[in-house]
Design a protein around this ligand. Structure first.
Ligand SMILES: Nc1nc2c(ncn2[C@@H]2O[C@H](COP(=O)(O)OP(=O)(O)OP(=O)(O)O)[C@@H](O)[C@H]2O)c(=O)[nH]1
Ligand SMILES: [Mg+2]
Length: 298
């Protein structure tokens, strides 16, 4: 079973969240929030961190990440692209200047974009007077992105599956000599959170799942959590690191309150992040105290 990470990017409203939701086999992760900018009247919500979903195609598992469109969240673009095998650029035909949009993304992702790893989908083509696909293909060539450009509808599952299939096809059978993506071997860092500590944490009544992520973004230990949750924890840990760099603050703990049964408590500890999914009937303060005791004394 081969696994791929495909990043979906493009301007605000191009349909990134819609595309991820359209193809996701299980419940997608979305970080949309109500639009507060008065300037935007096209849609009610915007993505602030990422979209995430998983698609199974024959013998492949495809992890799909949607970037936020708004530029104030563009630090997420770097985090997401650093994990990507392939890039889908959605260009909104109904916006004022789709060429400029393409140019912006071509420049931003120039280090990543190669002819065999990027594909362009033109969305919203039903909402404005048509423009020939050849014009978009010509623009793409001028911008040195790729010659693969298609009209698609982000709401249609088959269109997104088509883009993914095409880009994986060229990724695996590149037309020209290409650079082979480096596969990073998992290097086990010296573990400051010991197995004894983990065993004690697992025994806590409130703890459902736990995972440890090192500063290389590798999952060193994951108990009970599924792939989607692992990926989300990984991103959460990376987000806190990014937050530290941008805000010049130290993140020690993050508490996420779930809508339903579970909460998440993330501890940053000596270049490692420990995340605990716990039953929300228990108090976070109690869990915090218990974990701190274990980290200090176990
Ligand atoms: N008519 C039409 N609507 C589309 C098409 N593709 C997407 N949409 C709609 O356009 C809107 C796009 O919204 P999102 O998927 O949230 O856009 P996004 O790219 O994630 O936006 P941000 O997260 O704000 O960057 C949704 O209402 C979709 O239903 C298309 O090809 N035609
Ligand atoms: Mg979105």
């Amino acid at each position: 079973m081969k696994s791929y990470k495909v990043i979906v990017t493009g301007p605000v409203g191009a349909g990134k969240t819609t595309a991820v939701q359209a193809v996701t086999d299980t419940a997608p992760v979305s970080t949309d929030t109500a639009v507060s900018d008065m300037t935007r009247c096209r849609k009610a919500s915007t993505t602030v961190a990422m979209d995430y979903g998983v698609l199974h195609l024959e013998d492949k598992t495809i992890h799909i990440y949607g970037t936020p469109g708004q530029e104030r969240f563009d630090f997420m673009w770097d985090i997401l692209i650093s994990k990507g095998d392939a890039l889908i650029l959605l260009v909104d035909h109904s916006r004022n200047n789709p060429y400029r949009d393409m140019q912006h993304y071509a420049e931003y992702f120039a280090k990543f974009i190669r002819p065999h790893n990027t594909i362009i989908g033109i969305t919203h083509y039903d909402q404005k007077e048509p423009r020939a696909i050849e014009i978009y293909r010509q623009w793409a060539n001028e911008l040195n992105i790729t010659s693969l450009v298609f009209f698609i509808d982000a709401r249609a599952k088959q269109d997104i599956v088509f883009l993914i299939t095409q880009v994986l096809e060229i990724l695996n059978n590149p037309p020209l000599a290409h650079h082979t993506p480096t596969i990073t071997q998992s290097v086990s860092a010296s573990q400051t959170i010991t197995n004894t500590m983990l065993a004690k944490m697992s025994e806590l009544a409130s703890v459902i799942d736990l995972s440890i992520i090192n500063d290389q973004g590798e999952i060193l230990h994951a108990k009970g959590i599924n792939t989607i949750e692992q990926e989300t924890m990984l991103l959460l840990a990376q987000l806190t690191t990014q937050f530290e760099a941008v805000m010049k603050m130290t993140v020690q703990k993050v508490l996420l309150k779930g809508k339903h049964d579970h909460n998440v408590l993330l501890f940053k500890e000596h270049k490692q992040a420990l995340s605990l999914v716990f039953d929300k009937r228990y108090s976070p303060q109690l869990l915090n105290q218990q974990v701190e005791d274990i980290l200090q004394w176990a």
